[in-house]
Design a binder for this molecule. Structure first.
Ligand SMILES: Cc1cc2nc3c(=O)[nH]c(=O)nc-3n(C[C@H](O)[C@H](O)[C@H](O)COP(=O)(O)O)c2cc1C
Length: 249
């Protein structure tokens, strides 16, 4: 190990390791439990997403081969069907088993601490703004209407493609969903969950002939403000841009 044992990251990893002598006997529910779904007032403007199209066909192995982080996007908007397919592939419900609504990406303990928002810059049929993905209804809820291209570029350390994308996925984490079970180790799992989600998104975008780029370089507080997250409960975790590419249908 090349880092100093006192460094905060090393210390965190050390203190959250599972070991045979410390795992047993610790009570669960030391932390209050946050609800599985975030809810907005009933009068919040909504867009019902069309079912993820089965007409989108692609060869899985080719998608793995072709997946790249792509940052040059055309001005043309994404279709609502494409956005719907991207949301479904990353966080849609794909099965219900024993009262658990299981999603496209795995989640530690099926606790789903990651929340999905989309900053819509250009998507047919969806007005620009920040939208929250409501998983159980497969719909979008309007958080704030408006043009967020500049705010996202600034929040993303001036990475211009966050403004030229058709849509930017914004993932936050509500640790209160998993702390009660995994305690401080839940932080590790939150970021693993987000990696799975973004991996699915990236492959889905490739399958649709769209460009996608994961982004972890951003000012956390600014991203949290963009989605109106209270950082005491919900923290910025990860972004990904998606846009149309030249030479693709
Ligand atoms: C956790 C993570 C964070 C990343 N953050 C950024 C970023 O902030 N800006 C960016 O342009 N690319 C970012 N990337 C994309 C990487 O630069 C890219 O995956 C890497 O260069 C390998 O290229 P490939 O994805 O085309 O295989 C990130 C990727 C990951 C996995």
């Amino acid at each position: 190990m090349t880092q100093k044992p006192s460094a905060i990251g090393f210390q965190y990893l050390k203190e959250t390791r599972y070991a045979r002598d410390t795992l047993r006997g610790e009570p669960l529910d030391q932390y209050p439990r946050s609800p599985l779904y975030k809810t907005y007032p009933p009068d919040t403007p909504r867009v019902q997403l069309p079912p993820a199209a089965e007409t989108f066909k692609a060869d899985f192995w080719r998608c793995v081969q072709q997946r790249r982080s792509l940052r040059d996007y055309l001005e043309q908007p994404l279709s609502l069907e494409q956005l719907s397919a991207l949301l479904w592939a990353s966080q849609g419900v794909t099965a219900v088993q024993h009262h658990f609504a299981l999603r496209a990406a795995p989640s530690a303990g099926a606790l789903y601490p990651v929340e999905t928002y989309v900053a819509v810059h250009r998507v047919e049929g969806v007005k620009p703004g920040i939208w929250h993905f409501h998983v159980p209804d497969f719909s979008l809820e309007l958080v704030s209407p408006g043009d967020f291209r500049r705010s996202l570029v600034l929040a993303g350390l001036n990475q211009q493609f966050l403004g030229t994308a058709g849509v930017v996925f914004i993932w936050t984490g509500i640790l209160g969903r998993s702390l009660w079970k995994y305690r401080q180790r839940a932080v590790r799992y939150l970021f693993l969950d987000a990696g799975h989600i973004c991996g699915n998104l990236h492959l889905a975008a490739t399958a649709l002939g769209l460009g996608c780029c994961p982004v972890a370089a951003f000012f956390d507080e600014e991203v949290e403000q963009i989605v109106h997250a209270n950082p005491e409960e919900e923290i910025a975790v990860y972004l990904a841009s998606v846009g149309r590419l030249a030479g693709r249908p």
